[in-house]
Design a protein around this ligand. Sequence first.
Ligand code: ZN
Length: 408
Amino acid sequence: MSKGSCRFCGEELSTIFVDLGISPLANSYVESVSQKEIMYPLRTYVCEHCFLVQVEDFETPEHIFSEYAYFSSYSDSWLNHCRNYVEHMIDKFQYSSDTNVVEIASNDGYLLQYFKEKGISVLGIEPAANVAKSAIEKGIDTVVDFFGTQLANALKEKGKTADLLLGNNVLAHVPDLNDFVKGMKVLLNPQGTITMEFPHLLQLIEHNQFDTIYHEHFSYFSFTTVSKLFAQHKLSIYDVEQLETHGGSIRIYAKHSENRDLSISQAVQALLEQEASLGMGKIDIYKSFSEKAVELKREIMGLLIELKNNGNTIVGYGAPAKGNTLINYCGIDRDYLDYTVDRSPYKQGTFLPGSRIPVYSPDVLKQTKPEYVLILPWNLKEEIMEQTAFIREWGGKWIIPVPEMRVL
Ligand SMILES: [Zn+2]
């Protein structure tokens, strides 16, 4: 069977990065335990030509994203991150009421609301109708659609272009990368800036974040590969920042290659050199990742089995997509985790895809007093440990699974 061709350069894919078995779509929460589910192989490949790491896609984006259970507004630390970004950008570029900000994958308008508060004109683009509705109710002008050259041309014809075009955690979700980046080229004003944030493949590899891989994330980028992708469409990355979010992300700043007014920061060359020195331009680092994921799986299961043999109760905290990869890859089910809890009312009362672990409100922790709480969104562990500090009252402990398993 053909494994398909690289989403960016078209080269045939033959080298496995990591094989996470079979799994349902990570964001398809199940309404009842007797509901049927479709499972798909979760095999990740690395392109030996451009080093883009990518999963095979089995479902259309229309199927995956038209009803999406992820509402950004339910994480305090993410909201803070976005508020800081908005202030930073207004300060850096002296944005005023004449500025047009367009966000791709604007979710429930959580970020654009901060620009709007400053009197800046905003437009959101969001394919999930249910989350877009929530943005529109907040007064954030939102187009319900997928982004690509077709939509970019349509918006441009209506005179809607962008001085700031941003997209956070969307690049990974894009099936047709070249069309997407080409569309950004169309929508960006001549002097405009694009910013995009996405998890950094270097961090994924170094910190064993195999659970950030799921079917809805089609691609995983190094800075080197994303620079090539943008350059191919005459966009130049002129600055880059490394961020703590999602276990280690990067924020890139891009401009039209024809725009000579913005100079290239030293950070760009520095990160390219760092990636090269760590071997991101050679196949070996990608080929050795699999073994690290397997080792962590054995360690996590070893602990859970030991705790259960000793009569402990273990529950989860959070119901993020990454938790579903971890749970399904490790083979964790209700024999190990009694339930998990999540702050999002949209997820409460559902069951995790695959494992069928029920999702409750965080209040249930106080009622059942579990001995161990496995933190699934480990990237938010400080925030979660603070919110659940009360488990200390009955001697409860937290388990952090990634980058290495720890009990605190
Ligand atoms: Zn490639």
